[in-house]
Design a protein around this ligand. Structure first.
Ligand code: AMP
Length: 612
């Protein structure tokens, strides 16, 4: 893929930088390229070594190491060894505190701020931590390729939100990489199997990704070279580690070992992982641990892990439901992640979908290989393709009464653009608060605030006159740019959504469930809020009208209007939508006749002054 270009100014030969594909994983990361001769994607590895670089960083006395070397310190120097930094990307302390006990290193307790990890006296953001891993990947790739690596395509889980995608992009920048594209892991995995590479192809694909610590299922639609994520589901704390833990529990229940249980857990965990891998191809695993013979048959292993795999099948059902599909709509199943090597996993997935899954590409490499294919497409070496994804949650704005006004509904295809016009509420209002939210609930307080800014400098105009167009633009990386423009004056302001507030992946699921659970009360609350907003506006305009046209009103009209206004004002505190609407209508009924009369009067006056 490295091209030789001639620098016209100097006439010298200059080697263009390589574009690589990077799978920045929770447990392991790796780099892939399209082989210049075979034109096939290959994972980069040093001679006789593995392509996987453990996503572990060790902060030593004098240096920072990443990968296999750092992994050796996970137990012996746990406080200075950081793993699973990807789980912290774009998140606040509040988001991760429930799971922070799983991490041996120190996370700073600062509720709403983005998470930082403390190592010694230094605080690191997840972006910096990920940048250490990317720097190491870049260094290793340059060493293997013997050429500079400056540009990359990096993969992220399909459920990553704007903040997490932005954080990944920033990490790339910090590592000295120009991140050309952030793409979804399931999209990359599909590409590695060649799906979507033919323009005329139309396919629905389920990507089943069971790694060491996380499980994701994504349903993709490919049509004419365009990839679209129809739905995602999963569990961020379910993976090969749980299979190991089930074996450890079993051995501890079957045997009595002298001494501390937690020490045995640690020791048995390594044996369990060994047993799990061995049983993928054999019937009985035997070993000696702490002077005792322990064993595990394939049958016992499968009985232990079946309930865990069942949970992934439940996620598959949910993903299908969200995508509005039946299992026989799925044309291909793609297996990703080391744990899909377990034969029972393949069997259960195959029996659920009633179709044999695609498992010929190494499940540890498949995502990076797909990223390399995307890099090749961007380099202009492959057919003209576009990779399209969707927004996992709705994006919208706060409007009067704290309502969520959705501009881009959940599962909108990206890149996407949406715009809507808003206006001012008060006369002479010169500023407008623009608060951007993400979520499925009707009230913004139940959703996630992504960003807020003020459009200022709107010239003085009566309420309702300014036309403020707010547009949302999500680029192909899923990063949101919000622009607000007052169309009459041209006053304009825009922001790119910054990762102020993280959103955990569990939250995505929880927010969807919450929105279903609260759908009825949300609808009622929206109805009430809209009725109250309308009532408040009517009270304001009526008051203004009365003030202006006092002389043209009879005493009866003034009294009746005041009473109806009072009744409407009182109804606002009763939280009864029907009552508010009845009182609004009553006030309208009273004011309509004289409003028309005064209007006619004004028209009459105007007519008199004009020649026919
Ligand atoms: P990943 O996060 O995709 O790198 O997957 C790592 C997980 O795959 C770990 O839990 C490994 O123990 C597991 N794994 C790797 N090879 C095998 C195998 N042959 N059989 C079962 N599990 C495996």
């Amino acid at each position: 893929m490295a091209k030789i270009a001639i620098n016209i100014a100097t006439g010298t030969l200059q080697q263009e930088e390589m574009i690589v594909g990077i799978d920045l994983g929770t447990t392991n990361s790796l780099v892939a390229i399209i082989h210049p001769e075979s034109k096939k994607p290959v994972a980069l590895k040093e001679h006789n070594s593995n392509s996987l670089v453990p996503s572990v960083i060790h902060f030593g006395q004098h240096d920072i190491t990443v990968g296999n070397e750092a992994k050796q310190y996970l137990v012996s120097d746990a406080a200075n060894t950081v793993f699973s930094a990807k789980r912290l990307m774009g998140k606040t302390y509040n988001d991760v505190k429930n799971n922070s006990t799983l991490l041996a290193y120190k996370i700073i307790d600062d509720e709403n701020k983005l998470v930082k990890v403390q190592v010694g006296d230094i605080f690191y953001s997840p972006v910096e931590l990920s940048s250490f891993i990317l720097k190491e990947l870049k260094k290793q790739a340059e060493h293997i390729l013997k050429t500079p690596v400056g540009k990359a395509v990096i993969t992220v889980p399909a459920y990553f939100n704007d903040a997490q995608r932005q954080a990944t992009r920033d990490a790339g920048k910090l590592a000295g990489l120009d991140v050309l594209r952030i793409i979804n892991e399931p999209t990359a995995a599909s590409l590695a199997y060649g799906f979507g590479l033919n323009q005329g192809e139309q396919k629905t694909i389920a990507v089943y990704d069971l790694g060491g610590g996380t499980f994701d299922i994504s349903i993709l639609n490919i049509n004419g070279g365009i990839f679209e994520v129809l739905s995602t589901n999963g569990d961020t704390y379910l993976g090969g580690d749980d299979l190991d833990a089930a074996i450890v529990d079993y051995w501890l229940a079957q045997n009595t070992f002298a001494g501390d249980e937690s020490t045995h857990r640690q020791g048995l965990r390594l044996k369990a992982e060994e047993a799990k891998k061995y049983l993928s191809a054999n019937g009985l695993f035997k070993t000696v641990y702490a002077g005792k013979h322990i064993s595990l048959s394939r049958q016992q292993f499968e009985a232990l892990i079946k309930p865990i795999i069942e949970r992934t099948i439940t996620s598959c059902k949910n993903a299908l439901k969200d995508a509005g599909l039946k299992k026989n709509d799925i044309d291909e199943i793609v297996m990703v992640g080391g744990s899909t090597r377990v034969p029972l996993v393949k069997e259960m997935v195959s029996s659920f979908f009633e179709k044999k899954p695609n498992d010929t590409v190494d499940p540890d490499e498949v995502v990076a290989l797909g990223a390399a294919i995307q890099a090749d497409i961007l380099a202009g070496n492959t057919t003209n393709m576009l990779l399209l994804d969707v927004t996992p949650l709705s994006l919208g704005l706060e409007t009067m009464g704290g309502l969520m006004d959705v501009l881009l509904p959940r599962n909108s295809k990206i890149p996407a653009k949406a715009a809507r016009q808003y206006t001012t509420y008060k006369d002479g209002q010169s500023g407008m608060k623009i608060a951007v939210y993400q979520g499925e609930r009707d009230m913004v307080k139940d959703n996630r605030r992504l960003a807020e800014f003020n459009l200022t400098g709107i010239p003085g105009m009566p309420a309702g006159m300014p036309k403020v167009e707010i547009s949302f633009l999500i680029n192909a990386d899923g990063i949101l740019a919000v622009n607000a423009k007052e169309l009459r004056s041209g006053v304009e302001q825009s922001i790119e959504v910054k990762p102020q507030y993280g959103l955990t992946d569990e939250d995505v699921e929880k927010m969807l469930l919450d929105s279903m659970e609260h759908a009825k009360e949300d609808m009622e609350l929206r109805g009430l809020t809209e009725a109250k907003t309308e009532a408040e506006q009517l009270l304001q305009t009526t008051e203004k009208f009365m003030h202006k046209n006092f002389e043209n009103l009879t005493q009866d009209e003034i009294t009746a209007t005041s009473l109806a206004m009072q009744a409407l004002q009182l109804s606002l505190d009763m939280n009864d939508k029907n009552l508010v609407q009845t009182k609004t209508e009553a006030l309208n009924e009273i004011s309509r006749p004289y409003a028309e009369r005064i209007m006619d009067l004004a028209i009459g006056k105007a007519m008199k002054g004009s020649k026919i």
